[in-house]
Design a protein. Structure first.
Lengths: 467, 347
């Protein structure tokens, strides 16, 4: 194998005495995974095996049990009942509502054949088809995308969202995750950095990538091992555009904070991206993970989706990143901007009337009282002026509503943790300032690397692990 | 020529999170923060400004605006939470304790915005002016518990928003009203807006009398002088504009030294009308001599944002020893503490 042979020699020297010392050292975090411990002897420690999906057999068992009951029902000639519950209604659904709405076939906990109405017949057919596809995929050990399911029978499914919803609800009903059914979403997330993914088929994905735009994130189920090489950090970026800029400038190589990995979920992250990151985190719990999002209600909402998972897919496991830390941007960055870089229009506005007035009014105007005050240093902040106003904007009414609804979510949580408290304060300050800012607000003519370097380094220095 | 103010006392970490608003009565100071509690500190009994009451769970999402009447009886105050709800609190003169009196009803119709942002209480504590995100100002009669007046500042308002800097607002809706003040004589209501507009309404006639421009950037705070002849407005422009209320003229600007003034979050006129107090996001608290148009004192005890500054009204009660005879003011913000200042006597 060609994975860092030199480094490997340093870590596992051949001579006897050092080996014994090495054995006495506290086990690296990698060892928390039992499967990783097994392979560790032969492989350098920067290669970590991603644990096999344990529930795959369980999923197959449950699907087959389901199919069996269907076959039984057919042989007897009785009605076929497939249990089916909606993940979204799970918390709010009460008994009355389910009875009330069961007539139109929307809020019931099963799908029957023969159906009670034509809609149910169609639903039965669609659901049965998905179960069948999932069964095949589980048997053959392949992954199938939701998009692919839809294309297999567009007539039946009508729209992609029908498939998406049914797959998630089926997983929820069976008490499994979507990927346990070997059904995945088409990859949306991108990754770039000094990392190699060894796939179950044996192919190797090199994340330094063929192009500037990074590599599409594979489903974590298809990844057998991850070679972390010498990465020191992982940065999750809200925006595709920022990701591409950083990827193109090979920030993962040239950062002053060491080598790293860049990931983007392109806005609200999909399940595959979150599962991938959760698996990376489980494999390398000590690898610092940062998030870079816009200072607006959606930025904080996206951050919270990474950290706490989404409400609709709350039944999915291993999707949360409670140790993902918020690198920026926050109100402090915006406030700093308000002090250091007012735009030119304001200066013109204020200087003109004051000159006119001072000549005619009895009230003397304060022209700078202390003349000795030297002009403040204005290094690169001055250049930022030209585009600074484009990057901060007043909140719209929709923004304010979104911010308030997020605040409400946080405040209804029984015991908000430190992360949630921080989100709350930043949302309050956002409302007070009535300003939002995009990631570009902190960059220097499109170059955000200086800001990132400073931020990552300073945050790594005082690592305060969140609760 | 400068004046000296000394730090009299600091109530450290008074709130668990950033303090967004302060409101004084003649005997106490009410403070609100991102937490759900409101705190009331006594301002006359001791120079340590002891906590006299905690109003628990007043605003679940935190509270951003408070309003008292500076020279009124001191029996009423209003608080606005981040959820948009407005609560009125009353003090029992016997027990000196505050309790919840009324919550303003929020309109159910979709067309009318019910969210309240800034508030101002009339001098007699009978009326409350509330601003909304669509640029309206509602005036409520607190005794009758009814809305008595609505001022529009949108395109539909006559002679209103013609300064040409409305930040992309739709037709019919005004720019977000971020600040409001009622004059002490009850004659005027003034509102400050996100688009930089300042509007003055005559309460007797129930119509707009002045549409004032001059700052072009969001207005965050407004204050009528005690004699009601001047209006001061400030915000993102970082300077304070002074308007004359007889003719609606922009008569002066107060400009801080240095080339890049920070956003001003709060201004307050002292009881004699000679001095203006200002607080800004760079942590500076300034006292301005309005007649001379100069800054006479700058305090920068903190580098973190100041959200609110207020003069303490002259009290008829004798102050506790050590509190001096001079005027006092208080500042609070991101550092979560209440910092009290007093005038250095003999200067």
């Amino acid at each position: 194998m060609y994975f860092c042979p030199i480094r490997n020699r340093f870590l596992h020297p051949a001579s006897q005495p050092t080996t014994s010392i090495a054995r006495e050292q506290p086990p690296p975090p990698v060892r928390q995974l039992s499967s990783a411990t097994v392979v560790r002897r032969r492989e350098p420690r920067n290669i970590v095996t991603i644990p096999q999906n344990q529930s795959a057999n369980e999923a197959l068992k449950r699907i087959e049990a389901l199919l069996e009951t269907i076959v039984d029902a057919i042989s007897v000639g009785g009605p076929i009942v497939i249990p089916y519950r909606r993940s979204t209604n799970a918390q709010t659904l009460n008994q009355d509502a389910s009875v009330e709405n069961s007539r139109d076939g929307r809020y019931m906990d099963s799908v029957r054949f023969p159906g009670r109405n034509p809609q149910e017949l169609r639903r039965f057919e669609a659901l049965f088809r998905i179960i069948e596809i999932s069964h095949e995929a589980l048997l053959s050990g392949t992954l199938i995308t939701k998009r692919n399911i839809y294309y297999q029978n567009m007539e039946l499914f009508k729209s992609q969202s029908v498939v998406d919803e049914m797959v998630d609800n089926l997983a929820f009903t069976l008490g499994l995750g979507r990927s346990d059914l070997n059904i995945v979403a088409t990859a949306k997330g991108l990754i770039a950095g000094q990392m190699k993914l060894i796939m179950r088929g044996g192919t190797i994905i090199n994340c330094t990538g063929s192009s500037d735009s990074g590599v599409l994130l594979p489903s974590i189920n298809a990844v057998e091992k991850v070679n972390f090489q010498s990465v020191k950090w992982l940065l999750v970026i809200e925006k595709d555009a920022t990701f591409r800029t950083l990827s193109a400038s090979r920030y993962y190589d040239v950062s002053r904070a060491g080598k790293g990995i860049l990931v983007t979920g392109k806005g609200y992250p999909d399940l595959a991206t979150r599962k991938f990151l959760a698996a990376i985190h489980a494999a390398r719990p000590r690898l610092p993970m940062w998030a870079l999002v816009d200072f607006d209600p959606h930025g904080i909402s996206i951050l919270r989706t990474y950290q706490y998972g989404s409400q609709r897919l709350n039944h999915e496991e291993n999707t949360k990143l409670p140790r993902l830390r918020w690198l920026g941007i926050r109100s402090a960055d915006v406030i700093l901007q308000t002090i250091s870089t007012p735009d030119r229009s304001a200066n013109n506005q204020q200087s003109q009337p004051s000159q006119d007035l001072s000549s005619q009014e009895s009230i003397a105007l304060s022209v700078n009282v202390s003349q000795d005050e030297r002009p403040a240093k204005r290094p690169r902040t001055r250049r930022m002026r030209s585009h600074q106003s484009d990057c901060t904007a007043p909140l719209t009414e929709a923004d304010r509503e979104k911010a308030i609804s997020l605040l409400q979510d946080i405040c209804t949580t029984a015991r908000p943790d430190n992360m949630a408290k921080e989100h709350k304060l930043e949302l309050q300050k956002m409302l007070m300032l009535n300003v939002k800012a995009e990631i570009q607000a902190v960059d220097d003519f499109g170059d955000i690397t200086n800001w990132l370097d400073e931020r990552v380094l300073s945050q790594s220095r005082h690592q305060i692990p969140p609760d | 020529m400068s004046k000296q103010y000394l730090t009299l006392h600091t109530v450290d970490q008074a709130h668990p999170t950033e303090i967004f608003s302060l409101a004084p009565t003649s005997t106490s100071l009410i403070s609100a923060s991102g937490s759900s509690h409101l705190l009331i500190h006594s301002t006359t009994t001791s120079s340590s400004f002891p906590l006299s009451q905690t109003l628990s769970n007043a605003h679940r999402l935190g509270c951003h605006h408070l309003a008292t009447s500076r020279s009124g009886p001191g029996n009423t105050f209003a608080s606005v939470g981040f959820g948009g709800e407005t609560k009125i609190w009353r003090r029992s003169p016997d027990t000196d304790k505050w309790s919840h009196y009324w919550t303003l009803p929020t309109p159910t119709s979709k067309t009318e915005k019910g969210d309240v942002w800034a508030v101002s209480l009339s001098q007699d504590e009978g009326y409350l002016a509330c601003t909304t995100s669509d640029g309206r100002i509602h005036v409520w009669d607190l005794e009758g518990r009814a809305k008595v007046q609505t001022y529009e500042t949108g395109a539909s308002a006559g002679g209103g928003n013609n300064s040409g800097n409305g930040g992309g607002n739709g037709v019919g809706t005004g720019s977000f009203a971020m600040a409001v003040d009622l004059s002490r004589d009850g004659k005027f209501t003034a509102s400050g807006h996100e688009n930089g507009g300042v509007y003055v309404f005559n309460n007797d006639a129930g119509r707009m009398v002045f549409s004032l421009s001059g700052l072009a950037k969001p207005i965050r705070t407004l204050s009528f002088s005690p004699g009601c002849r001047r209006l001061a407005a400030a915000g993102n422009a970082g300077i304070i504009a002074i308007y004359d209320m007889q003719h609606g003229e922009h008569v002066a600007n107060l400009v801080p030294t240095g080339s890049r003034p920070a956003w001003i979050t709060s201004i307050d006129w002292n009881d004699t009308g000679e001095y203006l107090l200002s607080g800004s996001l760079d942590g500076k608290v300034r006292v301005w001599d309005v007649a001379k148009g100069v800054c006479v004192a700058t305090h920068s005890e903190t580098e973190s944002a100041i959200w609110s500054v207020k003069w303490l009204p002259k009290s008829e009660k004798t102050l506790a020893p050590g509190m001096g005879k001079g005027e006092m003011f208080v500042a609070a913000g991101a550092n979560r503490s209440l910092t009290f200042y007093r005038e250095a006597t003999g200067s």
